[in-house]
Structures are given as C-alpha cells and as structure tokens.
Design a protein around this ligand. Structure first.
Ligand code: UT7
Length: 326
C-alpha cells in the first residue's frame, strides 16, 4: 500500500511582532482581556511589501531543504489559504514560480482555518492513488490585511504566517493514516468575508460598510468549533481502531486556548498530549497546524511511530482531522 509520508516541515512568520500591549494603544482592549479570553500574548504581522506568497515560499523552501527534495522533483503544490495574493490566480502558482518547481501543478484550497488539512488530504490522496510521488502542502495567510483594525472583537485574534510539509510516497506503516473532511455552509455568515466576490462587488458603499473585512460572531463560532473538533477527532480515532491513549500529540487548529482546552477535555486528552502555541502567533487560520507541526518537529519532539492527531475548524463552516504515524 502506498501512503503519503511527511518527510520535511518548514514554517515562516514575519519578523514584526505586535503584543497585546501594542494593540492596547489604539483600540479599547487590554492585555488581560486578550490573555484570559484567548490565550494570545502576541502575533506576527507582515509589513508593507510582504505577501502571502512570500511567507508560503519561505516555509516551503525550509520544508524542501529538510526533506532533501529539489523543487523540480515536486509534482504538485497545494496552498490552503483564504488570503491569497490575488482573488485569482492561485497563490500556489506564485509559489510554483518562486520555487522554480517547473514540473508541478499548483492550486489553492479555500477552506479557511481547515485549509491546511483539506490540502493535506488532497495531496495525500493523490499520492495514495499513484498520481503523484512528491507533493508540497502549504498553509499560508496574511489575515492582517482583511481585518478591521478598529473592531476589537476580531482584530486582536489573528496573525500572519505560513507552514509547509513535503509529502512523499512511501510503502510501510508511516504516513497519513486517514483524513476526514466535513462542511456546513448553512451558517456561513457567522464567520466570513462578505466582499469582494461576485455577490458583493467593490463600490464606495461596500467599502464604507467594511464588506472587505473578516466578520465573525465569535461566541456562536466557539460552540460549534468545540463540538465539531471533538467529533471529527473521535471519527479519526475510531476509523483507525485507536483511542486517546494511542495519541502522542494532539495538534489542533490554534484559535483560542479555551477552544483547545474544551476540545481536548471533551475527547479525553491530557494536557501534556496537547500542543499549544496560540500565545505566540494568535490565529493564523490555515497556517496554524503546519507552523505547530514544524515547531515540534524541529524541537526534536517527534519519534518514529508517534501518532499525531491533527484537527481543525473554520469558516464555511469546515472542519477536518488527520491521523498521522510519524
Ligand atoms: O479560527 C476558527 C474560527 N474562530 C474561532 O474559533 C474563534 C471563536 N471564538 C472565540 O474565540 C471567542 O468567542 C472570542 C475570543 C472571539 C470572544 O470571547 P467570548 O468570551 O466569546 O466573548 P464575547 O464575544 O461574548 O464578548 C464578551 C465581552 C463583550 O462585552 P459585553 O457585551 O459583555 O460588555 C465584548 O464587547 O467582551 C467584549 N470584548 C472585548 N473586550 C476587550 C470583545 N472583544 C474584546 C476585546 N477587548 N478585544
């Protein structure tokens, strides 16, 4: 049986750091509120001239270097993002060009905070089907450019960054053991960006209304997120005949420490099984899981055979899990 194995990880966040105290200076918020309600202490933000494709390319280069894979060997590049450089073409095409991955197809996946896990599933399935040998999967976001920096309900929560993995075909017991994807589009207005697609086109009125900004009803999203992430995590374990005891590390989408804690508790995971870095990066949407994965990998925390449970929830709504044997 051919499986997709992660042979390299990489991540990149912009140099500029904004702490909660920095935000206190221009909106009615406090470090205390942000820390206790979200667990976030600081986030990285792009500066003028830095774009999603730049972050994605840097993360991808680091992952390729670790895997010892040349860009020309890559068959496919998939970028999970909702903040691409352009509405189209795909940011993956810009990354393809930046890397010189001249033999690769390239496309983006729009699944918000679940974007990386959706992209991972697509890449792993293409490898398992024998249609690709080496796939680059990236989660990259520049959310700071779609935030209303006068809306304290949303702007304190998010950050910019990118993470990437190289998937390679392998025979053996390592790799992506399963992926499960779900969606419910009936409540999309709880978390979305109204403009500018074909429904709301750019106009002075739409811009004055702030239609180009991310909108979220946080407390409504919170409840659905915990329930859905717990469900899809259990589905992954059941599908593989495993229990929480088998999980060496749970790497959930990093939106809010309270969501992570509540989800872990619902599934029955101990604190030491849960990876948290939301304090340092905030919610980077599709980038949170690959950034976290790269951190634990580079810290030497992963041993061959370890079971990793990856789990995400985001706009759409979309939610997803993947079970990985390292
Ligand atoms: O990435 C996947 C999708 N996103 C998420 O998963 C995020 C899900 N939601 C959340 O993480 C939380 O709901 C939030 C962190 C967004 C909000 O926390 P909450 O405990 O649900 O607070 P709330 O929205 O119910 O607001 C409580 C109070 C309100 O004041 P009143 O009405 O009680 O007087 C808000 O106006 O907190 C106020 N508030 C703030 N105060 C200081 C909201 N934002 C801020 C702020 N600073 N930044």
């Amino acid at each position: 049986m051919i499986r997709a194995r992660i042979t390299g990880t990489g991540s990149y966040v912009p140099d500029k750091v904004a702490t909660n105290f920095d935000l206190e200076k221009f909106i009615d918020t406090s470090d205390e509120w942000i820390r206790t309600r979200t667990g976030i202490v600081e986030r990285h933000l792009v500066v003028e001239g830095e774009n999603t494709s730049d972050l994605a390319t840097r993360a991808a280069q680091r992952a390729l270097e670790m895997a010892g894979v040349a860009p020309t060997e890559i068959d496919l590049i998939i970028v999970g993002t909702i903040t691409g450089d352009y509405p189209w073409p795909a940011t993956a095409c810009i990354v393809q060009s930046n890397l010189g991955a001249v033999n690769a197809g390239a496309y983006d996946v729009s699944a918000a905070c679940s974007g990386f896990l959706y992209a991972l599933a697509a890449g792993a399935d293409r490898i398992a089907a024998g249609n690709a040998r080496k796939v680059l999967v990236i989660g990259a976001e520049v959310l700071s450019r779609i935030l209303d920096w006068s809306d304290r309900n949303t702007c304190v929560l998010f950050g910019d960054g990118a993470g990437a993995v190289v998937l390679e075909a392998c025979e053996g017991d390592q790799g992506i053991l399963s992926s499960h994807l779900y969606a419910d589009g009936s409540q999309l207005e709880l978390l979305y960006q109204p403009g500018f697609g074909t429904r709301i086109t750019p106009s002075a009125e739409a811009i004055a209304r702030g239609d180009h900004y991310l909108k979220m009803q946080g407390n409504e999203v919170f409840k659905v997120a915990v329930r859905s992430m717990a469900e899809v995590a259990k589905i992954a374990l059941d599908a593989n005949g495993m229990t929480t005891e088998d999980v060496n590390l749970f790497i959930p989408h990093q939106a809010n420490i309270r969501i992570l804690d509540a989800t872990a508790k619902r599934i029955g995971l101990r604190d030491d099984q849960v990876y948290v870095n939301v304090d340092r990066f905030g919610n980077t949407s599709g980038a949170t899981i690959p950034i976290a994965l790269d951190e634990v990998n580079r810290a030497g925390r992963l041993k061959r055979g370890d079971i990793l449970l990856l789990d995400a929830f985001g706009g759409g709504f979309t939610w997803a899990s993947a079970l990985v044997r390292w």
